[in-house]
Design a protein around this ligand. Sequence first.
Ligand code: AMP
Length: 276
Amino acid sequence: MTDIITHSKELRQRLAGETNVAFVPTMGALHEGHLSLVRAAKARGDAVVVSIFVNPLQFGPNEDLDRYPRPLERDIDLLKQEGVDMCYTPTAGAMYPKGFKTGVRVAELGDVLCGVMRPGHFDGVATVVAKLFNQVQPHRAYFGEKDYQQLCIIRRMVGDMDMPIEIIGMPTMREADGLAMSSRNQYLSKEERTTASSLYAVLKETAEKIQQGEPVSEALHKAESALLEKGFTHVDYCALCQAETLEFLDAPEPNCRLLVAAHLGKTRLIDNIFVA
Ligand code: AMP
């Protein structure tokens, strides 16, 4: 039985007495990437709460808040099939009532990479996740490496604020051609969808070149050119970063990662890969 819960008070009542609570925050339009987090949470035998909330705070004024897919019935069916205990779907009005003034900001980590192109985005993410953590009070929370910068920011927030929650990062689930699964992939036209697969191909190739000793700046420059040549309309960044601090690196070192964001028409895609 999956309980569908809209109000935080009801959630708190339902959770009373649960000794092990696992939490998977999402914005819905669920795919196998989301479900991999749900399955990992279920596998430990915890009571599993999945939230579905399209968080207005993390969308910029010219972003896709209005057209973000919201197939709620289908999402709930999927969660029922996975045996999720609770699906929490708060309203924006309840999350941010009139007079809401508080924001959570993780400095530096939230200001680089996607933070440059999407000012305020990670403040919106940190704020909603902090609020959801307070409502659910989970023991463990699952996040995808697909949104690698987000995962780093949540880890930092939880550490900095002494939140007693174990953060579990899960590998990126991909389509057969390598494209990282994303709710936004459905925006892609047929032609764009074909081009999109080269994002991971270029990322993998670039990681290999760096591992083999090609100078980082040269490898990154070539990656950007290759993406534009394949049909991407703009590359926001392609960077080698320290895997926890996200500091830019000009040479590989243990625990580093390659991250990319590029536009395909109106759709912005991100991906990342382990390097060393
Ligand atoms: P979203 O609904 O996009 O906010 O994503 C909710 C959670 O699912 C986040 O922790 C994401 O990182 C994770 N996620 C999204 N796509 C994938 C994927 N392809 N593989 C693994 N996790 C994912």
